[in-house]
Design a protein around this ligand. Structure first.
Ligand code: HEM
Length: 185
């Protein structure tokens, strides 16, 4: 159950139909993306700060919030530049971001609404600055790919940990998960 970031990236690119035209549009707007990144970071961290659980995590260690603002700006800009045309380096970086969140114990319930805040804030900005809906769609797609990486990391890490600890096969594990879901519904 070990995820290969590049393969996962290609699957997601196909799944959300992230096209060459989307990539070209993002690249053409990369300077604009960098210019608005700090404002987007403000929205993002004020949202996280309003939630007591997430605010505690953010302020847990000295300098964390400061570091995070910088990494957010970088992350946001990379969605526009694609790093290496959204290939190996991009996928590996996104996978690592997922793993960092799993290590800290940040689950889907935190990450999904946080990404929605980014999508909404950037949507409002695009509208205010007269940008096209095509750019909005391209950004929406890459945000969803990035989100999938963070969510999938959670599943992959939890399942590999269980498999390693118990020695169960993947098949048995999947059967137990289905049985568990059946008994809960
Ligand atoms: C849209 C969703 C999110 C994105 C794109 C994002 C982005 C990032 C990035 C790029 C990093 C740096 C990873 C690295 O060091 O390689 C990071 C780390 C981190 N994120 Fe997020 N994040 C998201 C959601 C959240 C949420 C919901 C929280 C909840 C509090 C959070 C808290 C943290 C923390 C505590 C770190 C580690 C900071 C440190 O001590 O270095 N993130 N995030």
């Amino acid at each position: 159950m070990t995820l290969e970031p590049n393969t996962f990236m290609n699957t997601m690119v196909d799944r959300v139909d992230f096209t060459a035209a989307d990539k070209a549009l993002l690249k053409a707007n990369a300077d604009w993306g960098l210019a608005i990144a700090t404002e987007m970071a403000d929205h993002f961290y004020s949202y996280l700060g309003r939630d007591s659980e997430m605010s505690t995590i953010l302020n847990e260690s000295e300098g964390r919030i400061h570091r995070l603002r910088e990494t957010f700006v970088q992350w946001f800009h990379e969605m526009f530049t694609g790093m290496d045309d959204w290939q190996f380096n991009y996928a590996t970086r996104r996978w690592r971001i997922g793993l960092v969140h799993v290590q800290i114990g940040i689950g889907p319930q935190h990450v999904v609404p946080a990404m929605a805040v980014v999508v909404q804030a950037v949507g409002r900005k695009l509208k205010a600055e007269g940008k096209t809906t095509d750019l909005q769609e391209a950004l929406g797609k890459i945000c969803m790919i990035d989100l999938a990486f963070i969510e999938q990391a959670y599943v992959e890490v939890s399942s590999s940990a269980v498999l390693k600890e118990t020695g169960w096969t993947e098949k048995l594990f999947k059967r137990l998960v289905s049985t568990g879901a059946n008994s809960m519904s």
